[in-house]
Design a protein around this ligand. Structure first.
Ligand SMILES: NC(=O)c1ccc[n+]([C@@H]2O[C@H](COP(=O)([O-])OP(=O)(O)OC[C@H]3O[C@@H](n4cnc5c(N)ncnc54)[C@H](O)[C@@H]3O)[C@@H](O)[C@H]2O)c1
Ligand SMILES: [Zn+2]
Length: 358
C-alpha cells in the first residue's frame, strides 16, 4: 500500500506499510543506536521474527496494562533508558498497542527533552488511529489519561501481519475507532465500511483499505489542528461517555468498544436534541448493536456514569461538551447541561437500547 506522510509541528513523518513482520524487523535492525520498548505478549508471540532486531540490543518488555500506563510504569522505562546510557542520539523503537505507544511517547518526550522514536503498532487500534497524531496520555491517581504530552514519532511502520494473533475482542476494539473515523469521513465511507463488515465480518479482506482510509481521514483533521484547539475535538466523538464507561467498569471493557457504545448514546442524545435524524440513528445503531455487543459483569448505574463524565477534560462551567453527529460526515460541538433531562436520556438509553448489557 502507498505510504502516507503526516505534517506535524515537529516535522513531516512517514507512515509506511510492510508486508511481513520478518522483513520489517530485518529493516529496523539496520539502525545501530536504538533501544526497544516492546509489549511483552508481542515479544513472546513473534520471538522468532523479532530475533534479528532484539538480539544484542537493549530491550525493555512492558506488560500492556492500564496499571503500567502510569508514572510508575514510565519510571521503569526511563530507568531502562538511564541504565543503558541512552543519549540524545539514541532512537527508541516502540512495538505494541496503544498502551505501549503512550508509555513510549511519554518517555521519549521527557528524556533529555526529547528522543527520536519510531512506532510499530501491533493492535488494530494502534494501526488505524492512535499511531498518528502525536498524543500520549498516562493514567494518574486512578484517573485515566490525566497526564499527557504531544511528541511526534520519526516514523510509523504498519504491518498487518500482526493482526493474525490479535484476539477478536481487540480487533473489535480497533474497529470502534475505524467506525468513528468513517462516520467523521462521509456517508459513503461509512456505508461502504458497514456493508463490508456486515457481509464479511471483522477479518474482511478490505481491512487494510479501512486502516489506510481511517488514517487518511484523521490526517486531514490533525494537519489542520494538531493541538486539539478546534477541529480535532470532533475526534472525541463517543469518547466522553466511552471514557466514563471505562471508568465505572474499572476498565472492564476495551477502549474502542466503549467508544462505539459512547457514539450510540451520543447519537440518541443528538436525536432527542433534534440534531440527528431517526433514520440515521437506526442505521448506525443496527451496525453497532450487531457488531459491538458486549456483556458486562454488573449493571451500569446512570448517575455514576454521568458523575464519571465530570472528570472529562472537556467539562467547562459545569457543562459537558458533547460531539454530536448531524449526519455521517458532519459533526457539531454542543454544550450539554447536567440535570434531569440528560439523566432521563441516559436512563432511557440504558434501559432500552444499550449495546452493552450485563
Ligand atoms: N495516544 C493515543 O492517541 C491513543 C488513542 C487511543 C487509545 N489510546 C490508549 O491505548 C490503549 C489501548 O490500546 P490498544 O487498544 O491498542 O491495546 P493495548 O495496547 O491495551 O493491547 C491490548 C492487548 O493486546 C495485546 N496485543 C498487542 N498486540 C498484539 C498482537 N499483535 N497479537 C496478540 N496480542 C497483542 C496486548 O499485550 C494486550 O494484552 C488505552 O490505554 C487507550 O487510552 C491512546
Ligand atoms: Zn480513542
Amino acid at each position: 500500500m502507498e505510504p502516507l506522510s503526516i505534517k506535524s509541528a515537529q516535522g513531516v513523518y512517514p507512515v509506511s506499510f510492510d508486508s511481513t513482520v520478518a522483513g520489517l524487523c530485518g529493516d529496523l535492525a539496520q539502525e545501530i543506536h536504538s533501544v526497544v520498548l516492546i509489549d511483552r505478549n508481542v515479544a513472546r508471540l513473534y520471538a522468532k521474527d523479532l530475533a534479528p532486531l532484539l538480539a544484542g540490543r537493549p530491550v525493555h518488555e512492558v506488560s500492556a496494562t492500564e496499571d503500567e500506563k502510569t508514572l510508575d510504569g514510565c519510571s521503569r522505562a526511563l530507568e531502562f533508558l538511564v541504565l543503558n546510557n541512552a543519549s540524545r542520539q539514541t532512537a527508541v523503537v516502540a512495538i505494541g498497542g496503544g498502551i505501549l505507544q503512550d508509555i513510549a511517547t511519554f518517555c521519549a518526550h521527557v528524556y533529555f527533552r526529547g528522543l527520536k522514536w519510531s512506532y510499530v503498532p501491533t493492535t488494530l487500534l494502534g494501526m488505524a488511529d492512535s499511531c498518528i497524531g502525536a498524543k500520549a496520555s498516562i493514567n494518574f491517581k486512578g484517573f485515566k489519561n490525566q497526564l499527557g504530552v504531544f511528541h511526534s514519532p520519526a516514523a510509523v511502520r504498519i504491518c498487518l501481519e500482526f493482526l493474525r494473533t490479535l484476539p477478536d475482542l481487540e480487533l473489535c476494539s480497533g474497529y470502534g475507532e475505524i467506525v468513528k473515523l468513517h462516520l467523521v469521513g462521509s456517508r459513503d465511507k461509512f456505508e461502504a465500511l458497514a456493508s463490508a463488515v456486515t457481509r464479511d465480518g471483522w477479518r474482511s479482506a478490505q481491512l487494510p483499505g479501512f486502516v489506510r482510509e481511517s488514517l487518511t481521514i484523521k490526517k486531514a483533521i490533525i494537519e489542520v489542528d494538531e493541538f486539539d484547539r478546534g477541529l480535532r475535538r470532533i475526534l472525541n466523538y463517543g469518547h466522553t461517555f466511552g471514557h466514563a464507561l471505562e471508568s465505572v467498569t474499572d476498565h472492564g471493557i476495551p477502549h474502542g468498544v466503549a467508544v462505539a457504545w459512547g457514539m450510540d448514546l451520543c447519537n440518541l442524545i443528538a436525536v432527542k436534541r433534534g440534531i440527528l435524524g431517526e433514520a440515521d440513528f437506526r442505521q448506525i445503531h443496527r451496525l453497532l448493536a450487531e457488531r459491538f455487543a458486549f456483556a458486562l459483569r454488573g449493571a451500569i448505574d446512570a448517575s455514576a456514569l454521568i458523575d464519571a463524565t465530570r472528570r472529562d477534560k472537556k467539562v467547562r462551567d459545569n457543562r459537558l461538551t458533547l460531539i454530536l453527529l448531524k449526519e455521517p460526515g458532519s459533526l457539531e460541538i454542543h454544550a450539554q447541561d447536567y440535570g434531569a433531562e440528560l439523566e432521563d436520556w441516559v436512563r432511557y438509553y440504558l434501559a432500552n437500547l444499550s449495546i452493552v448489557k450485563h
